[in-house]
Design a protein around this ligand. Structure first.
Ligand SMILES: Cc1cc2nc3c(=O)[nH]c(=O)nc-3n(C[C@H](O)[C@H](O)[C@H](O)COP(=O)(O)OP(=O)(O)OC[C@H]3O[C@@H](n4cnc5c(N)ncnc54)[C@H](O)[C@@H]3O)c2cc1C
Length: 407
């Protein structure tokens, strides 16, 4: 076995791994990224629904035009029995990005900054000496050892090296199984609006979505706590009172399956010489399952803390805990708030969801939601809207329904 050394090793070339690598390489550190697949971004599974505000926050706006498949001005929320609430903003709020091209773009920028990528290179285990992670063992044809002062775990939801570093992964009960299909000939769509279908009949524990593209195709998906996602998707496309009308002539071109964690951050995201970013760390919004913006925001913090550790030559937990503290300051209360919203949504039976959407339409909540300026930092946005009488009425209604449902 040969041994190579660097400042930082990143395990996984998804958006969060590559963004960590980019931010460290920009500072002049020697960074290696190991990706088990032969091509960055492939296979893909993600809808690529990203907020423009989030991309700006990360310094990634504007994106190269070929990455953006569509631009959205808002969303239509459908209740289980076919009521709908339209929330349209006066300017674009989100993009549908092509995740393969997006991942490749972050990789390219990281490479230009000086990061070294190793494809078809699966990290099999960590090298640990005296309680410190000191590198990784990689299989790429042959087995090789690579040492580093800091190893960053960016393996995504199925991280295998977490436990070896003494950290605990997710609670299985917080994971939903997702399916997404690329579908052509979808009809009756507003091409600049995302559609969200709530209700446990079709997507227990989550929701279904339709994200139109400009070429007549759409990304159609759902996630669920129980049941078989493939069967649920079929049921959704054939039987849902509103959605099925859009799929009368539809043809599925490609289907992918993956899981999403909705349980918020894992308890500990650092140990000696080791940091965890992205899905592996649970940096995903429990309300929507979106993990790209949250994950990359924390990946940038990981790079910041790793760079400070390298300058101080201190890779101990005592210093690296700074990463968790800074992530908590950025995301902590947001994640807790969204966990409560997710819990409340999960507890609501379908008939109550129908009533709630109906109530929202009646009081004109769509108008109040036009001030919901940040879909990533949802708690912050909601707090800013509390003065709005429509929002106060809705919150009062929700609290009342929740108390009645849980008597
Ligand atoms: C159906 C679906 C739809 C989604 N839609 C959205 C959305 O619209 N918006 C949004 O923000 N989020 C969405 N998400 C979530 C989003 O995909 C993730 O939050 C995001 O991809 C996390 O990025 P990551 O870099 O942490 O992990 P990943 O993107 O999973 O990347 C991890 C990488 O690590 C590699 N890897 C793993 N183990 C090893 C190893 N041992 N050695 C080497 N390489 C390894 C993998 O091959 C992979 O390339 C969706 C998820 C699903 C399942």
């Amino acid at each position: 076995m040969r041994e190579n050394s660097s400042d930082v090793i990143v395990v996984g070339g998804g958006p969060c791994g590559s963004f960590t690598a980019l931010n460290l390489a920009k500072l002049g550190f020697n960074v290696k990224v190991f990706e088990e697949h032969a091509e960055i971004g492939v296979p893909f599974h993600c809808a690529g629904h990203l907020s423009i505000k989030g991309l700006k926050l990360l310094g990634l706006h504007p994106l190269p035009p070929e990455i953006v498949e569509n631009v959205f001005y808002g969303a239509v929320f459908h209740s289980p029995r076919g009521k709908s609430l339209h929330v349209r903003f006066s300017s674009p709020v989100t993009y549908s990005v092509n995740r393969v091209l997006f991942d490749k773009y972050i990789t390219k920028v990281a490479e230009v900054a000086g990061a070294h990528y190793f494809l078809s290179s699966a990290v099999k285990s960590l090298m640990i000496q005296n309680g410190f992670v000191k590198g990784v063992i990689v299989r790429r044809g042959k087995t090789e050892k690579f040492s580093a002062k800091v190893v960053v775990d960016a393996e995504g939801i199925s991280s295998g090296i977490l436990r070896q570093a003494g950290l605990s992964a997710f609670n299985r009960h917080t994971i939903v199984k997702a399916v997404q299909a690329e579908v052509e000939n979808v009809e009756e769509l507003e091409t600049d609006m995302v559609e969200v279908f709530l209700g446990r009949d079709y997507a227990p524990g989550f929701y279904a979505w339709i994200m139109p593209k400009l070429d007549g195709e759409a990304k159609v998906g759902l996630a669920s706590k129980t049941g078989n996602p493939r069967e649920l998707l079929q049921r959704f496309m054939l039987k849902h009172p509103t959605a099925s009308k859009k799929f009368r002539r539809a043809k599925i071109l490609h289907t992918s399956f993956h899981s999403i964690t909705l349980g918020g951050p894992i308890p500990k995201i650092f140990s000696n010489g080791f940091l965890v970013v992205g899905d592996a760390a649970g940096h995903v919004k429990p309300t929507t399952g979106g993990g790209v913006i949250f994950g990359m925001a924390c990946a940038r913090i990981a790079a910041e803390v790793a760079s400070e550790a390298l300058r101080r030559n201190d890779f101990s937990s005592n210093f690296l805990c700074e990463y968790q503290k800074r992530c908590n300051r950025t995301l902590g209360s947001e994640a807790k708030f969204m966990l409560r919203i997710r819990g409340a949504l999960d507890a609501l039976p379908d008939n109550k969801l129908d009533n709630a959407i109906n109530f929202c339409v009646k009081i004109g909540l769509d108008k109040a939601l036009q001030n919901f300026e940040d879909i990533d930092f949802q708690r912050r946005s909601l707090l800013r809207m509390l003065w709005n009488p429509r929002m106060s009425a809705f919150l009062f209604y929700s609290l009342f329904s929740y108390l009645l449902a849980n008597r």
